[in-house]
Each structure stands twice: as structure tokens, then as C-alpha cells.
Design a protein around this ligand. Structure first.
Ligand code: ZN
Length: 102
């Protein structure tokens, strides 16, 4: 039998759920947009989108430091949400990010 050592990887079971989005800024000419995402657990993330050259693409995500990280529990900067860029991006697109610009 192989004994498994607990590495903390179980935290990967965390899945963020976007429940709201605020548009925080934009540069229409360059196709750059900044949003604040509100997650179900109260965490807020700042994200940046670039719509050029190949359409809406999340380029960066970071947790706002208002609440401790739900993944690593740090209350200072961490990169945990980088791992969920794809997931958050998919949820933003399900919510039709284009419509937020109207
Ligand atoms: Zn973290």
C-alpha cells in the first residue's frame, strides 16, 4: 500500500462561481477592459480583458485584498486565482461579457 501524504492539493477542489461583475475601466481604442468579479463566497477579483487581436481574452486575474484568499487563506497577495483564469473566463463568456459594455 502506498501511503499518500497530504500536500494541500485538495484545495484544488475549490471552484469559483461568478455571481456579479462590475466594469471598472476600459480603453476602447486598444480593446482593453477591466472588471471586478464578485464570487459567491464573497471574494472579489480584478480581471483584465483584451479583445484584440483574436477576441475576448482574459489576460490577468488577481484577488482583491478585501477578504482572505479562499484557497490558501492568505490575506495578502497570492497567485491562486491565476489557476482559475480559464474557469472564470468561461463563466464571464457564459454571462456574455460583450453585453456588459452596453
Ligand atoms: Zn491564495
Amino acid at each position: 500500500m502506498t501511503k499518500l501524504r497530504i500536500t494541500g492539493d485538495y484545495n484544488m477542489a475549490y471552484r469559483p462561481t461568478v455571481v456579479g461583475v462590475d466594469k471598472a475601466g476600459s480603453n476602447e481604442k486598444d480593446g482593453l477592459y477591466e472588471y471586478v468579479l464578485h464570487l459567491e463566497d464573497g471574494t472579489m477579483c480584478r480581471t483584465f480583458y483584451n479583445r484584440f487581436p483574436e477576441g475576448w481574452r482574459m489576460t490577468h486575474v488577481s484577488r482583491l485584498l478585501k477578504t482572505p484568499c479562499p484557497i490558501c487563506r492568505k490575506d495578502y497577495i497570492c497567485n491562486c486565482f491565476e489557476k482559475f483564469k480559464g474557469e472564470l473566463d468561461a463563466q464571464m463568456k457564459d454571462g456574455r461579457v460583450e453585453e456588459l459594455l452596453a
